[in-house]
Design a protein around this ligand. Structure first.
Ligand SMILES: [Zn+2]
Length: 484
């Protein structure tokens, strides 16, 4: 039986239905099989049902509001335009960010289907998706069959990117996706699938400029952080942070984040300490009295950062768990076990971010194997590297590989970015604390490091060696050295 590709989907607003077009040729506008289905698009929102009924009373005959769980409702409508109006009203009235996805994509997310997925027709009215079939590669090659070698080399990266993204993101192939849209669409899909709601409207952020420092070794850690968000390590995502099922019973649980605030009592008079989190200590300095004392302490001791303090015997204060651990060892404090402000991650359910990273990692492994095979095949036939560069398979794999490694690196950056609709201060705190914790685990000799977003600069070769062996030990790639 012939394979069929999903080549197009169209939503008909007047008839409340989705039409799916399947074709034997992935690039044909002619279709061998068409499926029509009733579909009511939806939005999810974290507001109570009675409130929604009141505010959307004008539409009550055209929409359906259903309570999904505590503080989460689903609004569906037969008519997508009505749903758009509702989203607009709700967004204006409540200043909430509302995720509204076009009906075609909603349908595909719910089905777990996508463009260029491969299907077989089971009978006159039924079609089945073939799972885990390497879709895009076959489609790309079919596209390239009647093209001459010269154009093929030029066209392969473009067509590979277009097909792969269309398949991965479930957006129509004709839509030209810009690089900065990729993660936005991917996160939209996952938020929708998991019924996650967006936090309040994002704030404006001006990102800092990076500079490289002379005579130092500069390392870029951006290829590492994504891996640490997997459930093998910290399992950080919007639905797994401070989950309902895994709140730590004790302060020092494996899933407590070091960015948690704990109340401690100081045991000595005139205590100052240096927080490992420079951002936190800067904020402490800005927002607390005794600025002059800290100024003096900093000058007298030749410090680069402001200390935290001064504290007096029996004084209680909330500090980072990260610092508290060290101060406990040094017998400067005791824990009060009151007023703790703990953050944690889920230990039971893998997050969508973790699944996404695993998925990309697997794809990369597959491509790596394929690249090795195709290099080997060429090598053994004594074909030179120029011919390898002209090899269509090779160009497809390299294009896919580059796209996926970039995507992987972008994930934590995207989650930290304050200008996206997905921004969540809890996530920012968690990712930053993971970075800090990791660097401190490596920097046991307390070498001087200059940290600038993704880059860390140091004059110590010892630290660089430690970095390399640390990541190899936990089976992760090593940070990139930056040469300039
Ligand atoms: Zn949990």
């Amino acid at each position: 039986m012939d394979n069929l590709y999903l080549t197009n989907t169209v939503y008909e607003n007047e008839r409340n239905r989705i039409i799916l077009y399947f074709s034997k040729n992935p690039f044909s506008t002619k279709s061998e099989y068409v499926e029509k289905e009733k579909f009511f698009p939806e939005i999810n929102i974290d507001l109570p049902k009675d409130f929604l009924q009141k505010i959307l009373s004008d539409f009550r005959k055209k929409i359906n509001i259903e309570k999904i769980k505590e503080n989460l409702c689903k609004i569906t409508s037969k008519n997508y335009k009505i749903l758009q109006q509702c989203a607009k009203i709700l967004s204006l009235a409540t200043s909430k960010n509302i995720l509204l996805i076009e009906p075609e994509r909603q349908f595909l997310i719910k089905r777990n289907w996508s463009y260029y997925d491969v299907f077989v027709q089971v009978n006159r009215n039924k079609i089945n998706k073939i799972r885990d079939y390497d879709v895009t590669n076959k489609a790309i090659k079919e596209y390239l069959t009647n093209i001459d070698d010269f154009s093929k080399k030029k066209i392969t990266p473009t067509i590979t990117r277009r097909l792969m993204l269309s398949n991965l993101l479930k957006v129509k192939p004709e839509y030209n996706i810009k690089n900065d849209e990729i993660l936005n669409i991917l996160f939209e899909n996952n938020f929708f699938e998991n019924r996650l709601v967006l936090k309040n409207k994002s704030t404006i952020d001006f990102s800092k400029k990076n500079e490289l420092i002379k005579n130092t070794i500069n390392m870029d850690f951006s290829n590492i952080w994504a891996y640490l968000l997997q459930d093998d390590f910290y399992n950080i995502s919007y639905e797994t942070i401070n989950c309902n099922c895994c709140k730590p019973k004790e302060l020092f649980s494996t899933n407590t984040l070091s960015s948690s605030l704990v109340e401690v009592m100081f045991l000595n008079n005139g205590t100052y300490f240096l927080s490992k989190n420079k951002e936190w200590s800067r904020n402490y300095h800005k927002n607390n009295s005794c600025k002059e004392n800290r100024d003096n302490y900093k000058k007298t001791n030749g410090l680069r950062e402001y200390p935290v303090g001064p504290f007096f015997k029996n004084q209680k204060e909330q500090i980072l768990l990260f610092d508290a651990v060290r101060l406990l060892e040094e017998k400067e404090i005791t824990l009060t076990y009151n007023n703790n402000n703990i953050s944690w991650f889920c230990e039971k359910k893998e997050s969508f971010v973790s699944k996404l990273i695993h998925f990309i990692k697997n794809k990369l492994n597959q491509i790596e194997t394929s690249i090795n095979l195709s290099t080997y095949a060429n090598y053994s036939k004594n074909i030179n590297s120029l011919e390898l560069e002209n090899n269509t398979n090779f160009i497809i794999y390299i294009t896919q590989y580059k796209l996926l490694t970039d995507l992987l690196e972008e994930i934590p950056k995207f989650m930290l970015h304050r200008n996206t609709k997905f921004y969540d201060p809890e996530i920012e705190k968690a990712i930053k604390s993971i970075k800090l914790e990791t660097i401190n685990k490596i920097n046991t000799d307390n070498c001087r490091l200059i940290e600038q977003t993704e880059k860390i600069s140091t004059k110590s070769i010892g630290f660089v060696n430690k970095v390399n062996s640390y990541f190899i030990k936990i089976n992760l790639p090593i940070p990139k050295l930056i040469t300039n």
